[in-house]
Ligand binder design. Structure first.
Ligand code: SAJ
Length: 426
């Protein structure tokens, strides 16, 4: 079996490597020559647990290689980004470009699978594009019974940091343009997926992906709203959530400084954009989570003002725990805002960073390590729940003024600490 994977990013490269390990010959396609060279030398350009060893192995065996040019294959997997524009309108141009690149090499019997998170109807647009480019091929759903090729949508659902595990173990939703397309794609995923593979139509599968991440966003928004209310009332939100979660049918998620990453803060907008008059809840959840960043900055400022001139340690920049991804991170937004205001007073502790991201340029803020921060900073603002921070024992921080946005130190004494009542004004 020959497989082409278009897009060698956070999803495409691990997917290509796992398919190559399952015995297929895989060609990974990327627009970046640098990425192609890196992969062909057996190396990786992204951090993901165990990915380096896997890629090195499959490249060395000749099972995976990379190129900027698409070649004929039996199965084509599209895993390119789908960002949104200024008005939150989904931008599917990368998907359509990938489909346009695949169309000329398609032959009867081939399968095209879209994995990128996409607004409902995108797979049909891919089908229409292929139909227009290749009038010689019978495409599914347009030409009555029988089609030369199969087209399906199968969203990735993997969690950064656990991608190689979840690619295999998670259940997959496989939406065909027709039932036959779904069965064809199912046969492909069965080669390397241990989880259940469930078939449906392409539009339902597209919506399922958006719904999953919106569900999480709405639930995190609930937790974030509670944390703001708790601040206002002088309550410890972590204590309240812990107690409420003792109810057998309550499972509140964790508040934080906001929602980051490339999926949860983006995908809900695809639903809102598709049905703007019927999505007040999903839209508001997005707004609540975005506003939590500003609330965090204001609350941090109030703490910083308690000790004029004292150095402030901001713990963490990543968008979530134990990963090295700083893009779309609420922690970066908060720490950079504080750095712009307080300059050299701000010390950043981020074990996963070798240098500060561009947002800190010219601020005077500096990267430091946890030992130095404990020794020199009386104010601590916890922005990420990295294991390294969780492991700091109480006796090393009992005398600090702490704002713990992730609730990693439940034993921190009150008084400038997590439970300190604070009235926000303005
Ligand atoms: N977060 C909270 N509180 C929580 C949980 C998360 O504030 O209780 C924050 C995190 O700190 C982070 C953001 O939410 O800033 C997103 O983190 P995440 O771990 O919830 O999700 P991602 O973005 O790493 O991955 C999600 C996953 N989707 C779901 O869990 C429904 C993953 O399975 C998807 O494959 C991925 O999006 C994607 O690619 O769409």
């Amino acid at each position: 079996l020959k497989v082409v994977v278009v897009g060698l990013g956070y999803i495409g490269l691990p997917t290509a490597a796992v398919i190559a390990r399952s015995g297929a010959r895989v060609l990974g396609i990327d627009v970046s020559a640098r990425v192609v060279d890196t992969v062909n030398s057996g190396k990786v350009h992204i951090e993901e647990v165990d990915l380096d060893g896997l890629v090195q192995g499959v490249v060395a065996r000749g099972a995976l290689r990379a190129s900027t040019a698409i070649e004929p294959a039996d199965v084509f997997v599209i895993a390119v980004p789908t960002p949104f524009g200024d008005d939150h309108a989904p931008d599917i141009s990368h998907v359509l470009n990938a489909a346009a690149g695949i169309a000329p090499v398609l032959k009867a019997g081939d399968t095209v699978i879209l994995e990128s998170t996409s607004p409902v109807g995108t797979t049909e647009q891919v089908r229409d594009l292929i139909a227009a480019a290749r009038p010689d091929l019978k495409v599914p759903g347009l030409t009555g019974n029988g089609a030369d090729i199969a087209i399906a949508y199968c969203p990735e659902r993997v969690l950064p940091g656990r991608i190689l595990v979840e690619l295999i173990d998670n259940d997959r939703v496989i939406g065909g343009i027709t039932p036959r397309c779904a069965r064809k794609a199912l046969g492909f995923y069965r080669r390397f997926v241990r989880g259940a593979c469930v078939t449906t139509n392409a539009r339902a599968a597209e919506m399922t992906k958006l719904v999953e991440n919106s569900y999480r966003d709405v639930n995190i928004a609930f937790a974030n709203e509670l944390s703001v209310v708790a601040d206002e009332m002088g309550l410890d939100v972590w204590e309240v959530i812990r107690l409420a979660n003792r109810h057998p049918r309550v499972n509140i998620l964790s508040p934080g400084p906001g929602v980051g990453g490339h999926c949860i803060a983006v995908d809900p907008w695809f639903i809102v954009h598709g049905a703007p008059d019927h999505t007040p809840l999903i839209r508001t959840a997005r707004e609540v989570n975005d506003a939590k960043v500003d609330h965090t900055i204001a609350r941090a400022e109030a703490l910083i003002a308690e000790m004029p001139g004292a150095p402030v340690a901001c713990l963490g920049l990543a968008f979530k725990a134990n990963i090295d991804d700083f893009r779309e991170s609420p922690a970066v937004k908060v720490a950079a805002a504080l750095a712009r205001r307080h300059g050299r007073r701000i010390r950043i502790v981020e074990p996963y960073a070798e240098a500060l991201p561009a947002a800190f340029a010219g601020t005077g803020a500096e990267l430091t390590d946890i030992d130095e921060a404990i020794a020199t900073c009386p104010i601590f603002i916890v922005l990420v729940d990295h294991d390294l921070f969780k492991s700091v024992p109480l006796d090393e921080r009992a005398d600090k003024l702490v704002y713990d946005t992730r609730g990693i130190w439940p034993d921190q004494p009150a008084g400038g600490a997590t439970t300190k009542p604070l009235r926000m004004t303005g």
